[in-house]
Design a protein around this ligand. Structure first.
Ligand SMILES: [Ca+2]
Length: 507
């Protein structure tokens, strides 16, 4: 678990720890008119562009400390926005976090606790995983559905991964769906994005045009630009969910050559992944320029984040965070988390308050002036964005009653809670707990559980109470448990080693 620390990353965190959030208490975006009404807002609701990157690591952007990846557009964007040091995905794998973004609810409450369709039970696993939801029910209200009565046109462009055809975006309040389906990764990043008989061919995208050599990240950006242009005269919500930077790792040749010639830094060594990241960065730059060229930038809230931690160690290194995608440690869930609300967020502001993907739903609705349609778990970040207050929340929670990452699994069932600087992880196989103080030990290297039994008891009680409150499902002992039951080939080798499974999985 040895990882490299990066001085820049530490400096960044030190600044955040000092609470350097900018001095202003927020910029009122709209002045009162002589008539007493608010100027501007009646004329036009703000647009939203929500950019979601698949398997994005916390340390993958230059503005979050990477020295190997080059992300100048994102660095500029962050410098003109507020970015959060302690922004989390609600789950360490894909579909649950996406469901949390769309609904504002914890994955545990939705029972969407694993990537869809998950890995299933095996005799080699000590616990049997509980029944869980493999689609986002139509009874749930997505951001798109909630914004619709306020006159919004909504689009999914890119990855969806919230169940089969009955649960595709058009059934969830979106007006447009381009390239969203039930796949967790593309068959190929190059046109036509998979053979016609390949289930992982990107749905419907090649059929809209393109030619040999076209790159998926670029072609999705073409679609996003066109959607923005077509909707420039009315409020829109664009959920722009890149398939990048998920496996299969495939990059444009010119960019790949550039990173192959570059010296790896701080454990980030994968030239293909770095090149994919640069394509994402270019995409963000194009979207921001499109908003500017159409005169929409000042009335468009732009969000940038990821759905789970970086794929470690195959694709990236999340240091100084421990581990990566799938894991209970910070590398599994902490994400780049950047919001630009023109006229409100102070350029360059850094916020160290822990926030989570469950918070986007209430935040976007409050910005749009749309009431919440029902109870959610997230809290509006508007007070933080205005630097006018802190959400009233004492803890964030995670729940993953699953195994993940091959045979034998790399990740075992766990729950976790973060309260202040303290983080407790409970592993369900033996209910053993680990306790970390993130302020002193961001890399979760010193387990304090034995030294601080009272803190363990306090956080464990909190975690258990939360599980009961949201109705979280728990695994049970596996009656067929056989630790020797790891599948073997005829030659006696393991059928799938953990690394290959991780590379192939859809989450
Ligand atoms: Ca993912």
């Amino acid at each position: 678990m040895k990882q490299t620390n990066a001085t820049d990353r530490r400096d960044f965190l030190r600044l955040a720890g000092l609470g350097i959030l900018g001095a202003a208490l927020g910029f009122p975006r709209l002045g009162k008119s002589a008539a007493g009404g608010f100027q501007g807002l009646e004329k036009r609701k703000p647009n939203f562009v929500f950019i979601l990157i698949d398997d994005l690591g916390w340390a993958d952007l230059g503005c979050y400390g990477s020295k190997f990846h080059e992300t100048p557009n994102l660095d500029r964007f962050a410098a003109g926005a507020m970015h959060f040091t302690d922004g989390y995905a609600a789950c360490a794998v894909c579909s649950p976090t996406r469901a949390s973004i769309l609904t504002g609810k914890y994955p545990a409450r939705l029972h969407i606790t694993d990537w869809i369709s998950g890995e299933g039970n095996r005799p080699s696993q000590r616990l049997t995983i509980p029944e869980w939801q493999k689609f986002l029910p139509l009874t749930e209200t997505t951001i798109a559905k909630a914004l619709k009565p306020a006159g919004y046109t909504s689009a999914v462009i890119g990855k969806w991964h919230q169940g089969g055809p009955d649960y595709f975006p058009l059934h969830h309040g979106f007006d447009v769906n381009i390239a969203g389906g039930d796949i967790g990764h593309p068959a190929s990043y190059f046109w036509p994005f998979g053979a016609e008989n390949n289930h992982h061919r990107v749905p419907g995208l090649a059929e809209r045009g393109g030619k040999e050599g076209n790159y998926l990240t670029d072609q999705l950006t073409d679609e996003a630009e066109q959607f923005i242009a077509a909707n420039k005269d009315k409020p829109f919500f664009l959920y722009f969910a890149h398939y990048a930077v998920h496996t299969p790792l495939m990059a444009k040749p010119d960019k790949l050559a550039k990173y192959k010639a570059k010296t790896p830094v701080d454990g980030q060594t994968n030239a293909t992944y770095a090149a994919m990241m640069e394509s994402v960065d270019e995409s963000v730059g194009r979207i921001l320029r499109q908003l500017e060229s159409l005169g929409l930038a000042e009335n468009t809230v732009v969000v940038f984040t990821g759905d789970n931690g970086g794929l470690w160690p195959q694709a990236t290194c999340n240091a100084p965070l421990r581990a990566g995608k799938g894991f209970a440690y910070e590398g599994g869930t902490r994400e780049p988390f950047i919001i630009r609300w023109p006229g409100v967020t102070k350029p360059g502001a850094i916020c160290a308050t822990p926030v989570c993907s469950i918070d986007f739903f209430p935040t976007l609705l409050e910005i749009a002036g749309v009431p919440l349609p029902g109870a959610v778990d997230g809290l509006s970040l508007v007070p933080l964005l205005k630097q006018a207050g802190v959400p009233a929340r004492d803890a964030l929670y995670w729940h993953y009653p699953h195994y993940w990452g091959g045979v034998p699994p790399r990740v075992r069932p766990f729950g976790a809670v973060r309260a202040g600087d303290w983080k407790l992880i409970e592993f369900f196989e033996d209910m053993n707990c680990e306790l970390y103080n993130l302020k002193d030990d961001l890399g979760e290297a010193r387990d304090l559980a034995k030294d601080k039994p009272e803190k363990v008891a306090e956080l464990r009680a909190k975690l258990h109470a939360w599980r009961a409150a949201v109705g979280a499902q728990m695994p049970a002992p596996n009656a067929n448990y056989n630790p020797a039951a790891v599948p073997r080939t005829k030659k006696g080798k393991r059928v799938a080693d953990a690394e290959q499974r991780v590379m192939a999985t859809e989450s």
